[in-house]
Write a protein of this length. Sequence first.
Length: 147
Amino acid sequence: MQFGYVFIFGWSFPLAAVLAFANNMVELRSDMAKLCTAIQRPVRRSSNGIGIWAFILEFYAIVAVLTNTAFLIMHSWTHHDSFFPQYSIPFKICSIIIAEHCWFFLKALIYILIEDVPGNIRTLRAKERFLLQGMSNQVFLATDKSQ
């Protein structure tokens, strides 16, 4: 939730990002102290990802792009009317749509260019699969010979 507040409303209170970071550092330290002194070590549960939170964070990012782009364009033109002629509302709306499409294109380009799994991890996983497959073949051959 904090991610959404900072990214969607960060333009109205720029210090929010710094305060959110400070809050996270304090919470991290307090959780560390609590785990080390007060309670038992939590039971480890494996998962394949962050689940529904990936969709929620993606949604927050889209809403943040829309609100921040609209605020930037509307705010910049209202305070600089003395330097620029008065623009019509349809022109401002078209500018907002073009700008947010540029941001979404940049976001999609970054998503395509940055891999989800780094190359060295992919190589290690492939080696592990190869070794496990070789071990299972050896076990299979050993059981065939014994029968």
